[in-house]
Each structure stands twice: as C-alpha cells, then as structure tokens.
Design a protein around this ligand. Structure first.
Ligand code: ADP
Ligand code: MG
Length: 384
C-alpha cells in the first residue's frame, strides 16, 4: 500500500470514519552548505520524493488525537497540554508543537483527529521531523481555514521543533520541506531568510542523486554540534564580525592569521569555503552545468572531514566508494557523525554505484547501507 493509502486506512481503522482530507510533506536532503546555517550563511537543500502523509478530520471538543503507524498507541491532548511546551513528549510532541505554535501565533486551531504514515526514514537526517510538522501544519491550516500565508509556515514549524520539542535546529529543514519545487533546489540565505528556486534538472541532464543512508550509529552528535557552534561563535567574536558569513573567501587568509589556535582556524576555513561552494554551485546550476557541480560536492566533503572533523568511517567509506565507482561528486549531507551521503551520478549508473558502496561496507564489516535514487520533488501540499 502506498503511503497516502496507509494514512487513510490507518485513519479509518482508528477512528471508524472517513478523513476529510490528506496532506503530504516530503523529506529533504541538503545538496551543499553544511554547518553554514547557524553562521548566517547559505544552504541549498531540495525536497525528496519520499513523503509523510497525514489523513485528518475536524473533531469536536477542541482536542487533538494523533496516531502514527510507527506506534500502536494514539496520543490525545487538549489545549492545556498543547500550551505548555514539554507536556506532550515523545513523537507526538512534533504534532502538539505545531498546535502550540499556531495558537501562540494567535490562531484558533480546530480540534482534529490525525493519522500519520511516512516513507521518510526516521532519524536518518532526511528530516522526517520537518515532514511530520509540515504535513500536520498544512492539515490544520486547511481544516481551520486559518489565515496563514505559506511564506510564514517554515518559521512556525521551526518554532514547534525548537520551542515545543526542544530541538535546536535552523530554518533550513522546514523551508525545504514546505517550499521545495520539483526540478529545483532551494537557495536559502539563512541571514535574511530569502529564498530562490534554482533549476536543478537532474532528469534533463541524465543524472540522479543517490542517497546513501550510512546506518552509522550517531556518536556524540549533540555535544560535537554544540562544540562546533561555540567555536564558530567565538571565532566570529574574535574577528569582530556578526557571523562567519561576514568573512568573504578573499579575506580568509587574513582572518585565519588573526586566530589563535589551529583547530579554530580549520573550523573557520570550513565555514568560509563552504559558503563560497554554495554560491559556486548555484552559479553552475543557473548556467545549466549540473554535472560540473560534482567537484564542489567532493570538496565540501573533504572540508567536513579534514577541517570541520564531523565525518565517521562509514561516511568516508561511502563517499570514497561512490567516487571510485564513477560518481561525479559525493559528500556527507546533514550535521555529521552519521546520517546520509549523497552522490551525483549518471542516472543509468545509480545501481552500480549503490552496489559498489554496499560492497565496500561489507569488506569493512559495516552494517549494510540503505540506498535510494532521488529527484528534486515538490513541497508540502494537499493531496487530491
Ligand atoms: P530526522 O528529522 O533526521 O528524521 P529527528 O530526530 O529530527 O530526525 O526527528 C525524528 C523524530 O521525529 C522521530 O523520533 C519521531 O519522534 C518524529 N517523527 C518523524 N516522523 C514521524 C512519524 N511518521 N510518526 C511519528 N513520529 C515521527
Ligand atoms: Mg529532524
């Protein structure tokens, strides 16, 4: 059964009636621009064909009941729980957080019954969290006829995750998931929150992106993330700039000379060069030179591995194996210490590259990776 039908079937089975509608939101990957978001820099994510679907209907009494196929037990909550971040915990916090964010923004959110099904792998770095938030948001906005232009959705979904769930994330995931467009990547300036759709026509170029789930256990990812962030903030303060975004690549050497220790210099070099790589990738895509972005992806990976030091052996193995098997470029995508790798490949070679990565994993005794070929797809939407 496809994901939309699973959401509908789950709704019927759980609530004994038909849903009023179904709303979908995709996962995402970041093509390039890693750890640039909290440095006020640039990112270039795109939405995946994998989606989370919410079947929903209004419910009387101003309460919310949500069921997910990931958990047998539905969770029910009312306004009192929704209005107090932390009261609803576990996975349903992502749903309660959306109700909270909408109410905090002054909206009269209708009580609802919801059933969630998803093809987005959970916790792999493909943003199943933004997918569930955004699908729920779309459902509640429609069911309640709320006056909330789509331009404001990413910020509200982000607030649900930051302030209700308590996960400190930037605006990238929700922006990509809500605003993604088929055949395009989303160029996002994390300082101004301006977005621009950049043509990313893999199909037309005979190319595909292979996404490889490293299946590496996340090792100390939270602490390491906080340490990188601190390092960047301290370096910006030392350099007298608001954020590392304000260091142009032409001034990099002069900036590095003003920093005290080698580790900080490497962290700064990653962020400054990574911002430039995003700009260079956008320029190539605008010129229709999709294949030529490969070396930028690979350079991004080397920078994450050697300067930002956020990769792990499974991730480096996947990148090396993909490149050896003919990928035009490959890099880790996401915060690091696990998660996914993406490789730019000829569409006809995707299976062979995936097989080469799987073989390299077997040789090293790693848990077999997950592989998936994707094209940039559309964002959150109501299904017919
Ligand atoms: P990622 O966004 O990379 O997949 P996160 O840790 O940010 O990983 O978010 C994963 C969490 O989001 C899950 O642990 C769960 O709480 C929630 N979640 C995502 N998708 C679903 C779903 N379909 N049903 C229930 N909870 C979900
Ligand atoms: Mg997430």
């Amino acid at each position: 059964m496809n994901v939309a039908d699973r959401a509908t079937a789950g709704f019927r089975q759980r609530y004994g009636v038909e849903p009023a509608g179904r709303w979908a939101a995709p996962g995402r990957v970041n093509l390039i621009g890693e750890h640039t978001d909290y440095n006020d820099g640039f990112v270039l994510p795109f939405a995946l064909p994998l989606r989370t679907v919410v079947a929903a209907a209004p419910a009387p009494g101003g309460r919310w009941t949500v069921w997910s196929e990931l958990d047998d037990e539905p969770v029910e909550f009312g306004a009192a729980e929704a209005d107090e971040p932390g009261r609803v915990d576990g996975w349903a916090a992502y749903v309660a957080g959306v109700v909270w964010a909408l109410r905090a923004d002054g909206h009269d959110v209708p009580g609802a019954r919801l059933a969630v099904a998803s093809d987005v792998p959970v916790g792999s770095g493909l943003s199943s969290s933004a997918a569930i938030e955004s699908a729920v948001l779309a459902a509640l906005v429609d069911l309640g006829g709320l006056d909330l232009p789509a331009g404001r959705w990413p910020r509200l979904a982000q607030r649900a995750e930051n302030d209700y769930v308590g996960a400190p994330t930037g605006i990238m995931d929700q922006s990509a998931v809500i605003r993604g467009r088929a055949g395009h990547a989303l160029f996002l300036d994390c300082r101004t929150e301006e977005v621009e759709q950049i043509p990313f026509d893999l199909d037309g170029a005979g190319l595909a992106v292979l996404v490889i789930d490293s299946r590496a256990p996340h090792r100390h990812a939270d602490g390491e993330y906080a340490a990188r962030r601190r390092s960047c903030e301290q370096a910006a303060a030392t350099l007298g700039v608001t954020a590392l975004r304000d260091v142009p690549v032409a001034d990099l050497d002069a900036a590095l000379a003003r920093l005290g220790d080698d580790e900080t210099r490497r962290r700064v070099r990653h962020v400054v060069t990574e911002n430039q790589r995003v700009l260079d990738t956008v320029a190539l895509l605008r010129a229709g030179r999709v294949r030529d972005t490969g070396p930028l992806l690979t350079a991004s990976h080397a920078s994450m591995r050697d300067d930002f030091e956020i990769t792990v052996p499974e991730i480096d193995t996947a990148v090396e194996a993909a490149l050896s098997a003919g990928a035009y470029g490959a890099r880790m995508t996401g915060g690091g210490f696990g998660g996914c790798v993406l490789a730019l490949v000829d569409a006809g070679a995707a299976d062979a590259v995936a097989a080469a990565v799987t073989e390299a994993y077997a040789e090293r005794g790693f848990t077999a990776p997950g592989t998936l070929t994707v094209q940039p797809s559309g964002g959150a939407t109501r299904l017919g």
